[in-house]
Design a protein around this ligand. Structure first.
Ligand code: SAH
Length: 253
């Protein structure tokens, strides 16, 4: 059995209780060493075989899974954040389906949630934005044209950019050419929830310089939109005195 497990954004105590238990019970752990906190491996048993997938090709990872499953071993495939976001899990699952090897998934706290926590931020402020666009700028991996930075930015929603901190100048150009003002609030969060986390609230105008000044070009998220300022919103209707819900009868004014 292969267990895909979300390791969370960095802090060791942000893995789920279920994820921790699976690590404790694993015979083999294959972890994404580029981003998963190695401290999590201390939960593994002393005889557990541990492999860093950052040094392996897809075929090598699949080979390890197959060999372990042939020996009836329990495998944890530990992915950073939540496996469903840029986790490249489908290609692993399709192989496992082909081989008839069973698997399941344990979710994790994605880094976009870790970054919001670092900023004490609400992404969905009434009256400002009720949507979060999780995306990336195209790099070596292409992005469909209809999901270009310019096309998505036109919605005016809160945007969270993964995998884009290596070319912030180009990202800012695209956002400005799509009509975002240079004073648009944005945030840069490096290694959210890790001990060496850094977080900055700035504007599109100052974003690139902020990243340069602090040497940030990877393991960071860029959050763009009016919600980043965390002001000027409307209060939630759910808690308004005159609003009835299934749990509370609203007062008439
Ligand atoms: N599945 C992961 C994302 C993997 S893609 C998740 O749910 O978070 C890798 C990208 O995620 C990095 O390039 C960076 O943009 C972002 N990332 C991962 N961990 C991060 C962290 N702790 N702080 C900020 N960004 C992070």
């Amino acid at each position: 059995m292969i267990h895909f497990v979300g390791a969370g954004p960095g802090a060791v105590d942000l893995i789920t209780v279920r994820g921790k238990k699976l690590i404790e019970e694993a015979d083999v752990i294959i972890y994404a060493g580029s981003l998963v906190n190695p401290e999590l491996l201390k939960y593994a048993g002393k005889d557990t075989e541990i492999y860093d997938s950052a040094k392996l090709t897809l075929d090598q990872v699949l080979g390890l899974m197959k060999a372990a499953d042939d020996e009836k071993k329990n495998v944890v495939r530990l992915h950073t954040g939540d496996p469903s976001i840029y986790g490249a899990i489908r290609e692993q699952m399709d192989y496992l389906d082909g081989e008839g090897i069973p698997y399941d998934t344990t979710p994790g706290v994605s880094s976009f949630c870790g970054a919001a926590a670092a900023l004490n931020m609400e992404y969905t402020l009434p009256g400002i934005s009720q949507s979060v666009i999780i995306t990336r700028m195209e790099g070596r991996t292409p992005v469909p044209e209809r999901e270009s930075v310019e096309a998505l930015s036109a919605h005016g929603a809160t945007m969270v950019f993964f995998l884009s901190a290596g070319d912030i100048g180009r990202l800012v150009e695209k956002l400005i050419s799509s009509g975002r003002h240079k004073d648009t609030p944005c945030a840069l969060v490096y290694k959210a929830t890790w001990d060496d986390e850094m977080k900055f609230v700035c504007t599109l105008d100052t974003l690139e310089k902020t990243a340069l000044d602090y040497g940030i070009n990877k393991t960071a998220l860029i959050i763009v939109g009016e919600t980043v300022a965390q002001t000027g919103y409307e209060k939630s209707r759910l808690y308004a005195p005159d609003f009835s819900t299934g749990y509370r009868k609203g007062q008439e004014s």
